[in-house]
Design a protein around this ligand. Structure first.
Ligand code: ADP
Ligand code: MG
Length: 485
C-alpha cells in the first residue's frame, strides 16, 4: 500500500464519467489518475496503484479481461479492483466480474456516498490483507532462518511443512513431501520413529546419530491440552556441543590427574624430608634412647606416607564392572571389620539396617567410602560413646535408592572448617590424617551418581555430626560409566 494518500486509477473511455468519479474521490482525499483504454490500464497497473476503478466496457478490450490479467499477474494481483457498469446489466455480468477477480461491483448511476464508502471499505480490506501477508512472510522467513530444524506433523502423522534446516540436518536420506508419513521418514533418517508414538503433554527428547553426527530430536504436542492436534518436531545438530563436552571432560580429567599427582608428590615430600633428617640424626647419634625416639618418629612419618598411597591407590584401582549389591550388607561388613580393629575399642559402632533394594555399584569403592566415614566418625566421637550407622531405601526426587547415615556425638565441625572439608589433603589431624578420606569419598560417590552431605552442630552438650550418602539404584548406569572412567 502506497505511503500517504491512497492512489486510485480511474479507467473509463467516457470523459464525463472519469470527471465525475475523479471529482468525488479527490474531494474525499484520494489521489486520482484517469485512463481511457484497457491497454493503458494494464500498463498503469505496473505502477501499483492501491485501487483501480474499472469500467466494464472499454474500447479496446473488456473490463473483465483487464481485471483478469491484473489479478493473474503476481506482481499486480494485490491491486483492489472496483468494476463499474451501466445500470441495466444482468446478474450474470456481475457474477462474471467477480469471478474475473474484481473486489467490488457498482452500477451507474452511482451515489457519491456509496462510491466513497465502497472505496474506503476496499482500501481497508487491502490494508488488512497486506498486514496479514507481511506477517506470514515474516513468519516464513523466521521459520527458514532458524538453524534448528522444524517440522510440523498433522494428527494422522503426516508431514505438513518443514524448514530448510530440517532437511539439511536429516541429510541425503530425507525425502520429504507434504502429506508423506512422518514415521516412515523418521525411520529412514534416524532409524526410529519413537518420537511420534510418545504420548503425554511432556516433551519427548532423544539423541540419535546420522552418519558421523549426533542430533537431538524433540517432539511436543502442538496443543499441550490435546494429544490429537499434531506434533512439532525440533531437530538440532549437537555434534559440536558433544565434541566440546568430551574435550572438556578429558581436559578436566587430565587436569585433575595432574593436580592430584602434584599434590601427592608434595604431600609425600614433606614426610620424606622429615624421614631423611630423622635417619641422618639416628645414624650420627650415640645414645640408644635417642635413636629409639628418632626411629619411632620416622615410623610415624612412614605411616603417613602409607596412608596417602593407600587412599589414592584404591581410588585409582577399583575399575572392574559394577555389580548388583546390597548396600546394607556392605555397610555391615565395613562396621564389623572396623569393630575388630584395635583403634576401635574406645567407641562402639552400631548398625541399624532395614532391607534395601539392590543397587548397581563398585563394592570396593563403596567400602572405601563407608570405612572413611565410619573412621572419621569414630575419631570424632568422645570416649565410650556410640557411632550410629543407619541404612534404608528411600526415594529422592523421584529416584529410588539407598540412604546411609553415619552419626557421631563429637564436637561437630567448626564453621571455618566446613568449606574445606572435601578438599584434598585438608585435615585437622596433622600427622595422623591424610586429608584424603572425604575428597576420595566424594569422588567415588559422584561416580555412582549419588550425593554426600553432612549436618553438624557445635553447641556444647548437643554437638555431633551426621554424614549422609544417597546412592541411586542405577547411578553408575546413568553416569554412562565404563572401565576407563
Ligand atoms: P582425615 O580424616 O585424614 O583428616 P578426611 O578427608 O577424612 O581426612 O577429613 C577431613 C577433615 O574433616 C578431618 O580432618 C576433620 O577435621 C573433618 N571431619 C571429617 N569427619 C568429621 C566428623 N565426623 N566430625 C568432625 N570432623 C570431621
Ligand atoms: Mg578421614
Amino acid at each position: 500500500m502506497s505511503e500517504g494518500n491512497p492512489r486510485i486509477l480511474i479507467v473509463d473511455d467516457r470523459e464525463e464519467n472519469r470527471y465525475v468519479l475523479g471529482r468525488v474521490l479527490r474531494q474525499a482525499g484520494y489521489h486520482c489518475s484517469e485512463i481511457a483504454s484497457g491497454i493503458d490500464a494494464l500498463n498503469a497497473a505496473q505502477t501499483l496503484p492501491d485501487l483501480m476503478i474499472l469500467d466494464v466496457r472499454l474500447p479496446d478490450m473488456s473490463g473483465y479481461e483487464v481485471c483478469q490479467q491484473i489479478k493473474r499477474d503476481e506482481r499486480t494481483a494485490q491491486i483492489s479492483i472496483l468494476q463499474i457498469s451501466a445500470s441495466f446489466v444482468s446478474s450474470e455480468d456481475r457474477a462474471r466480474a467477480l469471478e474475473a477477480g474484481a473486489d467490488g461491483y457498482l452500477t451507474h448511476p452511482i451515489d457519491r456516498k456509496v462510491l466513497v464508502a465502497t472505496v474506503r471499505a476496499l482500501l481497508r480490506l487491502r490494508a488488512a490483507e497486506s498486514v496479514a501477508r507481511k506477517s506470514a512472510e515474516q513468519w516464513q522467513a523466521t521459520f527458514d532462518a532458524l538453524s534448528e530444524g522444524l517440522a510440523l506433523v498433522d494428527v494422522e502423522g503426516r508431514l505438513v511443512r518443514w524448514n530448510g534446516a530440517f532437511a539439511e540436518i536429516c541429510g541425503p536420506d530425507f525425502a520429504g513431501a507434504p502429506g508423506k508419513d512422518a514415521g516412515t521418514m523418521l525411520d529412514q533418517v534416524l532409524g526410529s520413529s519413537e518420537a511420534l508414538r510418545h504420548r503425554g503433554p511432556e516433551r519427548y527428547q532423544a539423541e540419535y546419530s546420522i552418519e558421523q553426527r549426533t542430533v537431538q530430536l524433540s517432539a511436543s504436542q502442538v496443543d499441550p491440552e490435546n494429544a490429537d492436534a499434531g506434533k512439532v518436531l525440533v531437530l538440532s545438530d549437537i555434534t559440536d556441543r558433544k565434541l566440546a563436552e568430551y574435550a572438556l571432560r578429558t581436559a578436566e580429567k587430565i587436569a585433575a590427574t595432574g593436580k592430584l599427582a602434584h599434590a601427592i608428590a608434595h604431600e609425600i615430600n614433606n614426610p620424606l624430608e622429615a624421614l631423611t633428617n630423622l635417619l641422618y640424626l639416628a645414624e650420627s647419634s650415640k645414645s640408644l634412647e635417642m635413636i629409639h625416639d628418632l626411629l619411632s618418629h620416622a615410623s610415624s612419618e612412614v605411616d603417613r606416607i602409607a596412608r596417602i598411597t593407600k587412599q589414592t591407590l584404591s581410588f585409582q584401582r577399583d575399575t572392574q564392572h559394577p555389580l548388583a549389591l546390597d548396600v546394607g550388607e556392605l555397610v555391615a561388613e565395613v562396621v564389623a571389620v572396623y569393630q575388630k580393629s584395635a583403634t576401635a575399642r574406645r567407641v562402639r559402632v552400631v548398625c541399624h539396617r532395614r532391607p534395601t533394594t539392590v543397587i548397581r555399584g563398585f563394592p570396593g569403592q563403596l567400602s572405601q567410602v563407608f570405612s572413611n566415614l565410619v573412621r572419621n566418625a569414630a575419631e570424632a566421637a568422645p570416649n565410650g560413646s556410640e557411632v550410629v550407622v543407619r541404612v534404608r531405601s528411600v526415594c529422592r526426587h523421584g529416584r529410588e535408592g539407598t540412604r546411609v547415615t553415619i552419626h557421631d556425638r563429637g564436637k561437630g565441625i567448626p564453621l571455618e572448617v566446613r568449606k574445606k572439608l572435601f578438599d584434598p589433603f585438608f585435615t585437622t589431624k596433622e600427622l595422623k590424617g591424610s586429608g584424603l578420606g572425604l575428597w576420595v569419598s566424594k569422588n567415588l560417590i559422584m561416580k555412582h551418581d549419588g550425593t554426600i552431605r553432612f549436618r553438624t552442630a557445635t553447641t556444647m552438650g548437643a554437638s555431633g555430626t551426621t554424614f549422609e550418602v544417597f546412592l541411586p539404584v542405577d547411578g553408575v548406569a546413568s553416569r554412562g560409566l565404563n572401565e576407563d572412567d
